[in-house]
Design a protein around this ligand. Sequence first.
Ligand code: C5P
Length: 296
Amino acid sequence: VRQVIARVPAKINLVLAVGAVRPDGYHELATVFQAVSLYDEVVASPGDGVSVSASGPYGYAVPAGDLNIAVRAARTLAHHAGIAADVRLDITKAIPVAGGLAGGSADAAGALLACNELWRLGLDDRDLSGIAAALGSDVPFMLAGGTAVGTGRGEQLRHLDTAGMLHWVLAIADGQLSTSAVYRRLDSVRTSQSVSKPDVGQSILTALQTADPVAVGLALRNDLQEVAVELRPTLTQTLQTGRDLGAVSGIVSGSGPTCAFLARSADHARSLAAELVSAGVCADAIAVAGPAFLSE
Ligand code: C5P
């Protein structure tokens, strides 16, 4: 039996500038995405209708049936191609669910890529990217990987070349944060303020040209961080402990609750991860590197 395996990385946001709410309810964004080397695996094999199973460290938290975004991805792709949606999806889930790492979006991207191959549809990157955007704001980036500037609601991408690898520690929190709840909270604290047009700024773009961790560290910014920390006050201690332990910089990833700490090297990331776990300020800590890419 033929099967197609897609390996899809998680993402962090090096900059997440959040603008005004648009008429469609989404926020205008300017963000710098980076895919990092923590991977989910999506295996597509022949099936009757669409079914999904999940295993691995976070498999227990993966929704079943049509609540699963990978299932919706397969159905949307089949609908687009005018064929019956027949596939079995087996997800090995290493990316935490609702952790601010776009794990669900990664699985959707993996399902698109794997079903395109399994069903021999031959859709190109542009076709797939359009379908991806309909599934979620982060899905087009998860399909592309690497490092990119995202605008619009995050789905309009400009690839960035980076001079080298960056080494990060992902401090995984106990539990989840709802992305829409974090955005709603931001709106409620912002009501009286005027919100300017979001811009990633020049400093992160310059820093990525050298991939110097100190310069990148100084340029990290997340407009959702303050409200994510309000919703999950223990993150204050996680962020402070990472800095005290010698991280170059630390930031909440996306809408949280995962924190991403920048390290000076792969060795530094490994030791920092072990120290964060020992300090008891996170459920787990994983040393990763970016940019990462998806593969088949
Ligand atoms: O696009 P996606 O379904 O992944 O977004 C999840 C939620 O995050 C949305 O329902 C919305 O509340 C919020 N969001 C937003 N503006 C964006 C992206 C996401 O308000 N640009």
